[in-house]
Design a protein around this ligand. Sequence first.
Ligand code: ASC
Length: 148
Amino acid sequence: MKAICVLALAALTASLSLPAAAQFAKKDDAIDYRQSALSVMAAHFARLGAMAKGDVPFDAKAAQENADIVVFMSRLPWAGFGPDTEGGKAKPNVWTENAKFKELAGKMEAEAVKLAAAAKQNDLASLKAAFGATAGSCKACHDSFRSR
Ligand code: ASC
């Protein structure tokens, strides 16, 4: 029984960590993948930004839906930054300073989780604050690791 539980847990863990194990046939496929994931994330983040800036009326349901998508998408790009996938706008130090890159990626993921929690409070001021903090975490990584 114990062995079966361990096997089931291992299978579950493997399925949950699928994005990290994503394989790409070609380097360009990995670059397309990470750029696509970041692009979808940015589209939904921008809808929150429009509310935070007052360009569109605050809509609590839309805020929650968009923030949940940002959280989900925030977990995906990193599988596309594997070994031998240099290119796109990524600077070479993504690979030579990989621990720092991963740390900043993780900070952005954590800010996205806080953003989704804020979006559930149905309060524009909370959303604004969390949006600003999340945008700051995007910028911190871009400043070090993305070329213009
Ligand atoms: C966005 C977006 C980014 C970040 C960054 C924050 O909406 O597409 O890349 O915010 O501009 O400074």
